[in-house]
Design a protein around this ligand. Structure first.
Ligand code: OMD
Ligand code: FE2
Length: 438
């Protein structure tokens, strides 16, 4: 297991590994639950999969902490109406696009800064997802969050974050992502004055690296680039508010101390971060624009082989060399629903309107593709020469279940009601004349 240092923090590298870390020498016992743990710590197991899940999918971590989590409960509702599970079944099958969430003008933290855009399924049935935006201007002082429903994939777009978790600290900046496994308590601190980004809540099987099939043993996201925290703790008796997302609702309770009191841990149910700039993008070196599955970073599999519940796909800087090819994303309709965000720069299918921090949704089977300006450019391009796509980082949450939208997404202030106009100048270029009948 490699130990890496990036910025001020140390990380454990790898994906799906059995990891171990201790913040004090000898804090990690030789076996899971000795009669007396080192330093008088309590052992606590957090299971992320069924006890009996197959070994390659089984996820659990043993925590050695100053106080166990028992005796703590969130029994009071916490009111944050924009972070919701209320979805509209009258969502129309229409391409949609949104402007970025404005940064709050008052102090707002990560939990209060979340706004739900879309989702489907049910946290109670452990099937489905939520899609959210966040914009915040202060750290979660005195407050921690626990998602009992879902694993959370956070995609910062603006503003670096320090994510304090039970297993240690992760610093993430835009163009990196962080994944918090279900049930792990965490706090988001701002390393800059404001922060904005996207969140995918995954109620189903956890994200994993895709198989590479004929690509071979290397390519796309490399396991060694996934970085986990090392053990870090504070022994702090300050009262702390715990907010838990459970069955799609928010609940609060008071802890008499910091829950970040895990002195050592071992296991594989652990948060991680990944730098999207490390993604090894592959593409066509002959002709045609490949399916975007070649840009798959992480997949959350469904019960149907080959059909993912959620795909997290990135569109990074790359060189397009396909010859005699319409190079931008093609016109298409897809059985999956495509929620896209832009982290940085421009996206190659849209010359304007899709801006960093903004979002778009192309619901299942809804026609979409490049806008008029992109079409014109692509038709005139000299495809014997490479196109260097620089200054770009877009991503997609591509889901098997259609996306139901919230009131905020459908009728709120971010919606670009003129989005369809980006195709209104797409005219017939047909030169065949009238085909004789019969
Ligand atoms: O619609 C989109 O912009 C996303 C997308 C990109 C691409 O290169 C191929 C298919 C696809 O859905
Ligand atoms: Fe698409």
């Amino acid at each position: 297991m490699a130990m890496l240092m990036t910025g001020d923090l140390h990380y454990l590298a790898g994906f799906g590994n059995e990891l171990q870390s201790e913040a004090l020498p000898g804090a990690l016992p030789q076996h899971n639950s000795p009669q007396h743990c080192p330093y008088g710590l309590y052992a606590e197991q957090i299971s992320g999969t069924a006890f009996t899940a197959p070994r390659h999918q089984n996820r659990r971590t043993w925590l050695y902490r100053i106080r166990p989590s028992a005796g703590q409960a969130c029994s009071q509702p916490y009111v944050q109406p924009r972070f919701t599970a209320e979805l509209r079944s009258d969502t129309p099958p229409e391409p949609m696009r949104w402007n970025p969430l404005p940064l709050p003008t008052s102090p707002v933290d990560f939990v209060d800064g979340l706004v739900t855009m879309a989702g489907n399924g049910s946290a109670a049935l452990q099937h489905g997802f939520g899609v959210h935006l966040y914009a915040c201007t202060r750290s979660m002082a005195g407050r921690v969050f626990c998602n009992a429903d879902a694993e959370m994939l956070i995609v910062p777009q603006q503003g670096a974050l320090r994510v304090v978790t039970e297993l240690g600290l992760l610093d993430v900046e835009p163009q990196e992502i962080v994944v918090i496994p279900r049930g792990i308590r965490f706090r988001v601190d701002l390393l800059e004055t404001s922060a904005r980004g996207y969140v995918c809540e995954n109620f189903g099987a956890p994200f994993r690296l895709p198989d590479l099939g004929v690509i071979g043993a290397n390519g796309l996201a490399a396991a060694r680039d996934f970085l986990h925290p090392v053990a870090w703790f504070e022994d702090c008796a300050t009262p702390t508010q715990l907010i838990t997302r459970y069955l799609g609702q928010l609940w609060q309770g008071e802890l008499g101390h910091s829950p970040f009191d895990v002195v050592a841990w071992h296991g594989n149910h652990a948060p991680y971060k990944y730098d999207l700039r490390r993604f090894n993008a592959l593409g066509s070196v002959s002709f045609d624009h490949p399916d975007p599955s070649i840009f798959l970073v992480l997949q959350a599999p469904s019960d149907t082989p080959g059909v993912d519940h959620i795909d997290f796909v990135v569109f990074p800087p790359r060189v397009l060399v396909a010859q005699d090819t319409f190079r931008p994303p093609w016109f298409h309709r897809n059985v999956a629903s495509e929620f896209m965000g832009l982290i940085h720069g421009k996206y190659d299918a849209k010359a304007s309107g899709f801006v960093p921090g903004g979002a778009s949704l192309h619901p299942c089977m809804t026609g979409h593709g490049p806008d008029v300006a992109t079409i014109e450019r692509a038709l005139q391009a000299n495809t014997t020469r490479p196109d260097y796509l620089t200054d770009t980082m877009a991503f997609m949450f591509e889901t098997r279940l259609p996306m139901l939208l919230t009131d905020y997404a459908l009728d709120g202030p971010l919606r670009q009601t003129d989005y369809l106009d980006c195709w209104s100048g797409v005219h017939s270029r047909f030169v065949g004349g009238t085909h004789p009948q019969g």
